[in-house]
Design a protein. Structure first.
Length: 377
């Protein structure tokens, strides 16, 4: 079965009890049991719920993985994964990551006696040089948010295997449709379901998939005990959103490619970051491990005044912190997605006050180009 068919048929999509063409919202916190010793599959929604089971089956289908878990947000999923680390452990972190991930590491992991080394994720030798006897995990995003840097996932996974280190990859930008991570050696793949998987800017959700039974069992405990389970209403919306993901992604990616090429021609644009452009330093590696350039791009303008003018004059994209919606979303990582990071760390990454991120939606490309053109002028 190919992906667009799978998105509509290859996980629970029909209610077994009634034949309803959408899995109902089992809006119940608890479930009646025939007696105190037995239950019929479910007893308490924090431990499991049929609507949430359907979305967990869905992520298994999309990732072609043995196990899948749904969380209340991408951050809840990330925290569940980072909590695999224990006091005295060391992990290696990509220099370019989502600001919220950096914040949770600073706020919790460091306080709990877990050490990390940040590396240039595009340099495999830097990952190798950072390995210590107590290194337990490698954590990365490829492409990264917001600079779209690329990590050689196969090479880093191979290195990790040689040293018995886990690799966790946040694949939010590429989605399971654009980049298969588990078959090339990633142990745990994470998605902010809030973004392209849901696709309608109306849900906060997180998803995790793995093929490793022991990891899954531990992550299931984290899901239950940390309490970051996906809410029923959100799970239902996610089930609805995911059905059109194939078509949405196709159009958004096409738009991103054309917009990246257009922006490269503008003299006011200093640099375009998009792994679908042959000028991107990670282009060759990204081509090997991904199916397309994705639907997010970033670009640098020359001055603060130009940035202000762009945000004031753009009429089609919404201005918002998020990404992955059917509508294009323009954001300023400096003040938005990466504001939680200290200024110094942002600048070290290359997140400057003139860096603009654009998540491409499914609008007509002519309107997007015309709008950006007039706003940049
Ligand atoms: C790459 C990436 N990972 C994780 C997250 C966190 O996801 P959520 O906002 O669903 O918690 C985000 C949010 O912007 C993100 O961009």
């Amino acid at each position: 079965m190919k992906m667009n068919t799978k998105l509509l048929h290859a996980y629970p999509v029909i209610c077994k009890e009634t034949g309803a063409s959408s899995i109902p919202k089992f809006q119940a916190s608890t479930f009646h049991q025939p007696d105190a010793f037995n239950h019929e599959g479910y007893n308490y929604t924090r431990f499991g719920n049929p609507t949430i089971t359907a979305i967990e089956e869905c992520i298994k289908t999309l990732e072609d993985s043995k196990y899948g878990l749904a969380f209340s947000s991408g951050m809840a999923a990330i925290n569940a994964v980072l909590f695999l680390l224990s006091q005295g452990d060391h992990f290696i972190l990509a220099k370019n990551i989502y600001g919220g991930t950096f914040q949770t590491i600073q706020e919790f992991l460091v306080r709990f006696g877990i050490e990390y080394t940040m590396v240039d994720e595009s340099d495999v030798s830097a990952w190798e040089a950072a390995i210590q006897p107590n290194t337990k995990m490698i954590y990365l995003e490829s492409p990264s948010n917001p600079l779209l840097t690329i990590t050689d996932l196969k090479a880093v996974s191979k290195l990790a295997k040689q040293h018995d280190i886990l690799v966790a990859c946040d694949n939010t930008f590429m989605t399971p449709l654009g980049q298969e991570t588990l078959p090339i050696g990633i142990d745990i793949v994470i998605h902010s379901g809030t973004k392209f998987i849901n696709g309608h800017s109306d849900v906060i959700a997180g998803l995790v998939a793995t093929n490793d039974e022991a990891l899954h069992k531990q992550l299931k405990i984290h899901q239950k005990a940390l309490g970051g389970v996906l809410a029923v209403e959100e799970g239902w919306l996610l089930l609805r959103g995911v059905k059109t993901m194939g078509l949405r992604m196709e159009r958004s990616i096409e738009n991103a490619q054309q917009l990246a090429e257009f922006l490269q021609t503008k003299k006011q644009v200093k640099h375009v970051y998009y792994p679908g452009l042959p000028t991107h330093p990670g282009y060759a590696i990204h081509q090997q491990q991904a199916k397309n350039g994705g639907a997010v791009l970033s670009f640098d303008l020359e001055t603060q005044d130009q940035v202000e003018a762009l945000f004031k004059n753009c009429k089609v994209p919404i201005v918002a912190v998020s990404l992955g919606g059917v509508e294009s979303i323009l954001s300023l990582p400096w003040l938005m997605s990466h504001a939680a990071m200290p200024e110094e760390e942002r600048l070290k990454m290359g997140v400057t006050p003139t860096l603009v991120r654009l998540s491409c939606g499914i609008e007509d490309i002519e309107d997007l180009i015309a709008d950006l053109d007039q706003a940049i002028q």
